[in-house]
Design a binder for this molecule. Structure first.
Ligand code: GCW
Length: 673
C-alpha cells in the first residue's frame, strides 16, 4: 500500500464529530474514478477511524456531516449552484472542508479522485483543519515510465520482476497493477508507459494488444492512461516490410494500421514513447532522415486518435576521448536545436534533467533553452540507477528542484526550467514531467521502503514543482510511518542529508558519479570514467582533472546556454564550485571558492560523506521500538550496507586520486591507507 496504508489513528469525541456520517459519490458508474473515490473514502474512514460509512450515488445530501464528491458539472446538476469556486483548469479540483460539510469537486472525474486522496491524506495525518481551496496542475503531462521488458525483467529496476510482463506476454493476474494505479492516482500521475524504451516489437502482437487493453481497463478507473514504447524498426523486424524508412509510404501505412488496431482495443491510449537512433536502437538516421521525420511519423498516426508522441532527446553517438573537443554533453542540442519548430503539435521532446545521464550533479540541460517552438517534458529518474540503486538512501527532490528552479535567461528574461517544460515560458499547450520509476513485484515496490518517498514526491512535483522538499517528505513520513515526532524528525534529517552525503562520497565538484560506467552503474570505479566510448569522462591525469567545456579552450558546451548563463560557466571565477569540474579542467592544486584545493576537497568530502552515512544507521537504530519489525529490519539491512559501502566508496576514490596525483592529504588520513 505504500503511503496509502490508512493506518489506524486514535479518535477522540471531538475528532469523531468531525468525521462524515455519509458519503455521496455523485452519479458514479462502477468503473468511474468518482466511484473509486467513494470506495476509497469508505475504506479510509473505516481503516483509519473505525467508522462504517455508507456511500450513495444519486442524490445530493446536504446534511451537516456529509462528504460529497463529484464533478463540478454533476454537482451543479444535482445539488444546485455553487459559490466561491474559482475557475478550475483541466484536472484541477476544489476541496472545501468548512463547517463539517465536505465537498470535493473536480473539473473532471479523475480530479474528483485526486481531491478525495487529498482529503484522505489529511485524515490519515490526523489533520481536521478547515480548508477551502482550488488547485490546478502546472502541466498536462504527469507521466511515469517503466523500463519493463517482455520477459519480465526490468532494465535498471531494483524492485524485482515486472508487474506487467512475463514470458513475452502481459501477466494474467493484474492485482499489483491495480495497486500501482491507486498509488499513482493518489499523487495525480495521469499516464504510465509500461514497457522499456529499448522496446521490443512483439508488444504489438494481437494477443499483447489485447493484454494492453486489460492493463488499460485496470488503470482507467484511476484516471490513468497507458502508453507504450515502440521499436523504430518494427515495420521491418516485426511487420515483414523491407524497410522502416519513416518517409516510405508502406511504413507510414503500417504504423497507422497498428495504431488503429491499438486504439480499437484501447480507445483512450495516451500515446507513444520513442527512443530512436540512440545506444544501438534503430531510428530515422539509418535512412538519413531527421529525428523530426521520425517523431512526426508517429504523430501523424496518433493524431486522429488524440494521442501524443513523447520523443526522447537522449540521442548521442560513441566518442573518442583523444579529441579534446569531443563531448557527449553537446549531443542533445546538436541534434535537436535545428529541428525546433519542425515537430508536429502532438510531439513532446522528453529531455533528461541534465545533459549526460541522471548523474549526482549536473547542470540543467541546455536543450530547455534551445527549443522555443517545441513542447518539452523533463525526464527524471525515481529508480536510483547511478545513485545507489535503492541500497543507499537518496531523497531526490532537492536535486530535482535545483534543476527546476534554474534560470536559463533565454533572451535575458526569467526562464526557469520549470516554466519551460510546463509550457508557460514559450506558450506551449503541451508539456510536463515524466519519471522512470521501475517498480516491481517486490512488496516494497522499489526495493526499499524509504525509496518510496521519491515516487510520492515525484507525483507532487509533477503537479506543482514549487512544492517544498521537506514538507512533501514529512507528509509521506506521516502517511507511511505514523505521527510519532521522533520518527518524523529522524527520517526527515536522514533524507534531507542523503543527497549531499552521496555526492560527497561518490563524485564531487561536478565530476559526476564516479561509478562503474561500463555496465553496473553501481559502486566506485573511477578508472572506468575515462577511455570509454560512452563520453562520460573526467580527463584525470597526474596533475589535473575535469572536462574543459568552455568555448574558448574546450568542447564549447558552455556556449549552448543563453549568453548570461554561458558567461557564468565559461569563466572559472564565476562557475560554482559544485560544477567546477563539469566545466573546467584544472590542477588538483587549484583553489576553490571555499579556499580548499580540489584534491583536499575530494579527500575531505569523501570522509564527510561516509561519516554522515554512519549516522543513518545509528539514527535508524534509535527508532527500533517505534517501527514495526518487518520494516525496521528491512531498512536496517540497507543502512548497514550503506554504512559499509560508503566507506568502500570513500577509500576507493581517495586512494585512486591519491595514487594518481601523489598529493598528500593534509589530515593524513589517506596516507595511512
Ligand atoms: O542511463 C542509460 C541506462 C540505460 C537506459 C538509457 C536510456 C533504457 O544505463 O539502461 O536504457 O540510459 O535512458 O535510454
Amino acid at each position: 500500500d505504500g503511503w496509502l496504508r490508512y493506518a489506524p489513528l486514535p479518535c477522540s469525541q471531538q475528532c469523531k464529530s468531525k468525521l462524515p456520517a455519509n458519503i455521496v459519490a455523485l452519479n458514479a458508474t462502477e468503473t468511474s474514478p468518482v466511484y473509486v473515490a467513494g470506495t476509497e473514502l469508505q475504506q479510509g474512514l473505516e481503516s483509519i477511524y473505525g467508522t462504517k460509512t455508507g456511500v450513495s450515488h444519486d442524490k445530493c445530501k446536504s446534511s451537516s456531516s456529509s462528504v460529497v464528491v463529484g464533478t463540478l458539472e454533476q454537482y451543479r446538476k444535482t445539488c444546485g449552484a455553487v459559490k466561491d469556486i474559482p475557475d478550475l483548469e483541466e484536472d484541477g479540483f476544489w476541496i472545501d472542508t468548512r463547517n463539517n460539510r465536505i465537498r470535493i469537486l473536480g473539473s473532471n472525474e479523475k480530479s474528483v479522485l485526486y481531491g478525495t486522496f487529498e482529503y484522505l491524506s489529511m485524515l490519515a495525518q490526523g489533520n481536521f483543519s478547515e480548508v477551502a481551496y482550488a488547485t490546478n496542475p502546472v502541466a498536462p503531462i504527469r507521466w511515469v515510465n517503466q523500463w519493463d521488458n517482455m520477459d519480465g525483467s526490468i532494465e535498471r529496476g531494483y524492485g524485482g520482476p515486472s508487474i506487467f510482463f512475463k514470458n513475452g506476454a502481459i501477466v494474467d493476474d493484474l492485482t499489483r497493477v491495480k495497486q500501482y494505479a491507486r498509488l499513482l492516482a493518489s499523487v495525480r500521475v495521469n499516464a504510465v508507459v509500461i514497457n522499456n524504451v529499448n522496446a521490443n516489437a512483439t508488444l504489438l502482437t494481437p494477443t499483447n494488444i489485447k493484454g494492453l487493453a486489460r492493463v488499460a481497463d485496470v488503470f482507467r478507473p484511476y484516471g490513468i492512461q497507458v502508453g507504450v514504447s515502440l521499436n523504430f524498426a518494427s515495420p521491418q523486424t516485426f511487420g515483414g516490410l523491407d524497410t522502416y524508412d519513416p518517409l516510405d509510404a508502406s511504413v507510414i501505412n503500417w504504423w497507422s494500421n497498428i495504431t488503429d488496431q491499438i486504439y480499437d482495443e484501447v480507445p483512450d491510449m495516451a500515446g507513444y514513447l520513442i527512443k530512436a537512433s540512440s545506444e544501438g536502437q534503430p531510428g530515422p538516421e539509418t535512412y538519413n532522415r531527421t529525428l523530426a521525420d521520425g517523431a512526426n511519423l508517429f504523430a501523424h498516426a496518433l493524431e486522429p486518435h488524440g494521442g501524443i508522441v513523447m520523443f526522447r532527446a537522449f540521442v548521442y553517438n560513441q566518442l573518442n576521448e583523444s579529441n579534446w573537443d569531443a563531448d557527449r554533453a553537446n549531443a542533445a542540442v546538436n541534434f535537436f536545436k535545428e529541428l525546433d519548430g519542425k515537430f508536429e503539435e502532438n510531439v513532446v521532446v522528453q529531455i533528461k534533467y541534465g545533459p549526460i545521464d541522471f548523474q549526482v550533479r549536473e547542470p540543467a540541460s541546455p536543450l530547455f533553452a534551445n527549443l522555443l517552438n517545441t513542447s518539452t517534458a523533463i525526464e527524471l529518474q525515481v529508480t536510483q540507477e547511478y545513485l545507489g540503486q535503492q541500497s543507499h538512501l537518496l531523497y531526490l527532490p532537492p536535486l530535482w528542484k535545483g534543476i527546476f528552479d534554474f534560470d536559463l535567461r533565454v533572451d535575458e528574461k526569467p526562464s526557469l526550467v520549470r516554466d519551460v517544460y510546463s509550457g508557460k515560458r514559450f506558450n506551449r499547450k503541451l508539456g510536463g514531467s515524466t519519471a522512470v520509476v521501475n517498480v516491481g513485484t517486490n512488496t516494497t515496490w522499489l526495493g526499499s521502503h524509504l525509496a518510496m518517498s521519491n515516487l510520492y514526491a515525484y507525483g507532487r512535483l509533477a503537479w506543482d514543482p514549487t512544492d517544498d522538499s521537506e514538507g512533501m517528505l514529512q507528509d509521506w513520513i506521516r502517511l507511511t510511518f505514523g505521527l510519532d515526532k521522533t520518527v518524523l524528525n529522524a527520517i526527515t534529517k536522514m533524507s534531507m542529508e542523503s543527497w549531499p552525503a552521496y555526492e560527497n562520497y561518490s563524485g564531487n565538484l561536478g565530476i559526476q558519479t564516479l561509478t562503474d560506467i561500463l555496465y553496473t552503474h553501481f559502486g566506485p570505479n573511477p578508472a572506468s570514467q575515462d577511455n570509454n566510448g560512452w563520453g562520460q569522462w573526467t580527463r584525470a591525469d597526474h596533475t589535473s582533472i575535469g572536462m574543459d567545456r568552455t568555448v574558448s579552450n574546450g568542447t564549447g558546451f558552455s556556449g549552448q546556454y543563453p549568453s548570461e548563463v554561458a558567461s557564468v560557466y565559461e569563466n572559472i571565477e564565476t562557475t560554482p564550485d559544485n560544477l567546477l569540474l563539469w566545466f573546467h579542467h584544472v590542477d588538483y592544486t587549484h583553489r576553490l571558492h571555499s579556499g580548499k584545493t580540489v584534491i583536499q576537497h575530494f579527500y575531505d568530502a569523501h570522509y564527510d560523506g561516509a561519516d554522515t552515512a554512519q549516522t543513518f544507521l545509528t539514527q535508524w537504530e534509535s527508532l527500533k521500538s517505534k517501527i514495526d519489525k518487518e520494516r525496521y529490519e528491512h531498512v536496517l539491512r540497507r543502512f548497514e550496507y550503506q554504512a559499509g559501502h560508503s566507506i568502500v566508496w570513500r577509500d576507493a576514490i581517495v586512494d585512486f586520486y591519491h595514487n594518481l596525483s601523489g598529493i598528500a592529504d593534509t589530515s593524513k588520513r589517506v596516507d595511512h591507507h
